[in-house]
Design a protein around this ligand. Structure first.
Ligand SMILES: NC(=O)c1ccc[n+]([C@@H]2O[C@H](COP(=O)([O-])OP(=O)(O)OC[C@H]3O[C@@H](n4cnc5c(N)ncnc54)[C@H](O)[C@@H]3O)[C@@H](O)[C@H]2O)c1
Length: 374
């Protein structure tokens, strides 16, 4: 796709909470580079409220197909329930638009591979929103870890301990395998372990447990995993919606320093803490703490990177292998939890039931309290 000059024409599909709270501010922040021209929602009340907020010049549509035909947007931002993502992404790619879609990008590796085929056929790209990769603190930490400046990564903790009540799960698409794809593993903790994977690179093996302890959902409300990375580091991952003291945390102990970010729904430079090992010189540590301009992790930050990629005519971050790797980690965590055995990177492919759906066929029968037990 050849980059052209002028502002990109964008459309949003879904005008609910995250589009109002995340995508609209991002579009406004980049108004010199991108213009919102259309919005789609099946709920006329939501669509009207969104247009009242975004501007009446934004044309409203009740269907994605009608919008794509009439508008031919350059960029489509998707914020609908997860089970709709695959078909809406594929439709947008077929219409030649780049896509920036909410997490989870889709419900399975099989769905991801359909998206990848549509990318190849169209020459356009689909990125997933994982806004915590794009804050300046995360960019700095990744540079320091990946360059070896902090020494070899050895031990990591990745914690999403959030709290969600029954009212939250009364929304029909939440907590169901066929509409959300899973519980906090797919919907909440995915932000933090995406950041962990972004920092540490390839993982090799996952062992896991999942349980449904409180909520009247089909899927889990807590999961835990042990991970071995290709570089040798060991990590623990916790994905919970049962935790009254809410926190999001990623901590990596490297040979020369511990780097840790603690936040809830977004981080800034000050949320990143570097603790040097005793042998490390002070000047080196001062340099680590220089993350430059403070860019909070946000949809605004990620949209900026996507627009940069477009201008440069290159694959945007959060697409392709990057998107698939995080989804593969989710599938591996579920497979390990449901089968009770370690799962290796690359083993889930066509013919494996966990390639098709995250519960791998166990979801209908499990009690929620143990490995695959009815
Ligand atoms: N990145 C983040 O931090 C973050 C935070 C919250 C939610 N999300 C993700 O955003 C997505 C939406 O979540 P939400 O909380 O905004 O949900 P929501 O229910 O508030 O909004 C979804 C909207 O999609 C509309 N919709 C439903 N079917 C549609 C269709 N066929 N065509 C067009 N519109 C349709 C609904 O009417 C609704 O307005 C989910 O994938 C969720 O996981 C991401």
């Amino acid at each position: 796709m050849t980059p052209s000059s002028g502002r990109r024409r964008a459309a949003v599909i879904g005008t609910g909470a995250i589009v109002v709270g995340g995508h609209l501010p991002a579009l406004r922040a980049h108004a010199d580079r991108v213009e919102l021209v259309a919005a789609v929602d099946v709920d006329p009340g939501r669509l009207d409220a969104f247009r009242a907020e975004a501007g009446e010049e934004v044309v409203g549509f009740a269907s994605t197909e009608a919008m794509l035909d009439a508008v031919r947007p350059d960029l489509v931002l998707i914020g609908t329930p997860p089970s709709l993502h695959r078909e809406q992404i594929v439709a947008a790619l077929k219409a030649g638009a780049w896509v920036l879609c909410e997490k989870p990008l889709c419900l399975s590796l099989a769905e991801y591979d359909e998206i990848a085929a549509a990318e190849t056929a169209s020459g356009a790209y689909a990125s997933v929103i994982f806004q915590h990769r794009y804050g300046s603190g995360a960019v700095r930490a990744r540079e320091l870890i990946r360059s070896g400046e902090l020494g070899a990564p050895l031990v990591a903790h990745c914690q999403t301990t959030w709290h969600r009540d029954a009212g939250y799960y009364s929304v029909p698409w939440r907590g169901r395998w066929d509409t959300e794809g899973g519980g906090p593993t797919m919907g909440h903790g995915i932000h933090q372990y995406d950041l962990l994977l972004h920092l540490l690179g390839e993982w090799e093996e996952v062992q896991a447990m999942a349980a449904r302890l409180v909520h009247d959902t089909e899927s889990e409300d807590v999961s835990t995993a042990l991970v071995r990375f290709a570089g040798g580091a060991l990590a623990t991952v916790v994905n919970s919606v049962l935790s009254p003291d809410e926190v999001s945390r990623v901590r990596v102990d490297c040979a020369a320093a511990t780097v840790e970010v603690t936040h809830l729904y977004g981080h800034r430079n000050a949320d990143w803490v570097y603790t040097p090992a005793p042998h490390v010189a002070r000047e080196r540590v001062a340099a680590w703490r220089e993350a430059g301009v403070d860019v909070p992790s946000s949809h605004t930050a990620q949209l900026g990177y996507v627009l940069d990629a477009w201008d440069a005519g290159v694959r945007p971050p959060g697409s392709g292998r990057e998107a698939r790797d995080t989804l593969e980690f989710a599938a591996a965590l579920y497979k390990a939890a449901f089968t009770g055995r370690a799962v290796r990177a690359g083993e889930i492919g066509p013919g494996d039931s966990f390639y098709e759906v995250m519960h791998g066929g166990f979801g209908e029968t499990w009690s929620g309290r143990g490995v695959g037990r009815a």
